[in-house]
Design a protein around this ligand. Structure first.
Ligand code: GDP
Ligand code: MG
Length: 375
């Protein structure tokens, strides 16, 4: 039985049946259809061709695609372990996001931990002295966070809202706060650049209070830490507050299940093909797993951590760079591990088909709108 979607191409169908594409073309010709390699076939033709080669077909439905995305596997209580928090740093431009992420990348790494974080893969994990870990999303502009929010996926557990003490709570600061609040993500405020003579952290606390975000030291419920990202002042104190927030959240995951997570970034690398950084949110991702990410899929050929070391597996809250996908999935897309490549391919192409139909509908809609406007 072939598990597939209608409108696969002639060449895809041939490779699924493991027969030369010329034979599929010949079969189509014998039933009066002139086709080319990249032509898409309808369900009826696929059925006929498949039968000719001794296959039955099983077309993937939109419901199945939906079910995979929902992933209703239930974790047993006894399998759950505490997982590290996934943290995003947000704030107004020039308030110190990059400086803080760079600082975190280079410090607070346990003595003797092999290699520095040399590779930028869009996320990294740091291990603190007490063995606790924190994972930071490190995507410029934090598109991933926004993209994931737009898709309803939740990848961030805690947001650090960074505000420069020599400036004000700015429009992008407010936007970041509103984003986090809307997503139900707890915030820790970092008042940065306190090394500057012109720093006035009280003004920031006041402006936050005016927005109804009263910080802890003023009797409110929001944790706040004065820092200097540049000088490395109070960085540990900030991390402790993040960990405290994480404890309250009681973040759990089941390392025994099949992995699910989100795509952080992806690209085409000249030497290695398509590379994608994924963040494992539940389960354990292993070398050799069949990954389905949006409309792309593939078997994991190799995995690397942010230290550019090859790894065989990645547990909950771990970011890894994976090789082996057949394309570059969009940041914010979820990934699932599937049983077989065939199944993954079928669902990927069904998604592709649904997307195409959606696009056509949107285009038609636009045209009608335009027509209406012209009248
Ligand atoms: P981003 O736009 O939020 O990523 O901000 P950057 O990290 O690029 O920082 C903007 C500027 O502020 C840079 O020139 C940094 O060197 C400077 N900066 C960041 N943190 C501090 C700090 O703690 N103290 C001082 N004095 N300057 C800082
Ligand atoms: Mg920056």
């Amino acid at each position: 039985t072939l598990k597939l979607t209608e409108f696969v191409t002639v060449s895809d169908l041939a490779s699924m049946m493991d027969v030369p594409v010329t034979q599929v073309i010949a079969t189509c010709m014998s039933i009066g259809l002139m086709v080319s390699i990249n032509m898409r076939l309808d369900a009826e033709t696929i059925d006929m061709v498949a039968e000719e080669f001794g296959y039955k077909t099983d077309f993937v439905s939109a419901e199945v695609v939906e079910a995979v995305a929902q992933d209703e596997e239930v974790d047993l209580e006894e399998d759950l372990i505490t997982r590290p928090p996934i943290v995003t740093v947000m704030g107004h431009v020039d308030h110190g996001k990059t400086s803080l992420l760079d600082r975190l990348r280079n410090t607070n790494v346990i003595e003797g931990e092999a290699g520095g974080i040399t590779q930028h893969i869009g996320a990294y994990s740091i291990r603190l002295q007490d063995g606790k870990r924190i994972t930071f999303l490190d995507t410029p502009g934090h598109e991933a966070f926004t993209a994931m929010r737009a898709r309803g996926a939740k990848v961030t557990d805690i947001a650090i809202i960074i505000v420069a003490a020599d400036d004000d709570v700015m429009p992008q600061t407010k936007e970041a706060i509103n984003h986090a609040a809307a997503a139900g993500v707890p915030m820790v405020f970092a008042i940065n650049k306190i090394d500057k003579p012109s720093a006035n952290p009280d003004r920031i606390r006041e402006q936050l209070a005016a927005m109804n975000y009263l910080v802890e030291e003023w009797g409110g419920k929001y944790q706040c830490q004065e820092i200097s990202a540049k000088q490395g002042i109070n960085i540990n104190e900030l991390l402790e507050k993040v960990l405290l927030e994480a404890e309250l959240l009681e973040l759990k995951a089941n390392p025994k299940r099949r992995s699910v997570g989100s795509v952080i970034e992806s690209s085409l690398d000249k030497g290695r093909g398509y590379v994608a950084t994924v963040l494992v949110q539940n389960g354990t991702l292993r070398h050799g797993d069949v990954v389905l990410a949006g409309t792309h899929y593939g078997r994991v050929k190799a995995m690397f951590n942010e230290r550019n070391q090859k790894v065989e597996q990645a547990g909950p809250s771990t970011p890894v760079l994976i090789l082996g996908l057949d394309g570059a999935p969009t940041a914010g897309e979820t990934f699932n591990v599937m049983d077989t490549e065939q199944e993954a391919r079928a669902i990927a192409s069904k998604r592709e088909q649904l997307k195409r139909e959606q696009d056509t509908r949107t285009k038609k809609g636009l045209t009608l709108d335009e027509l209406a406007r012209r009248r």
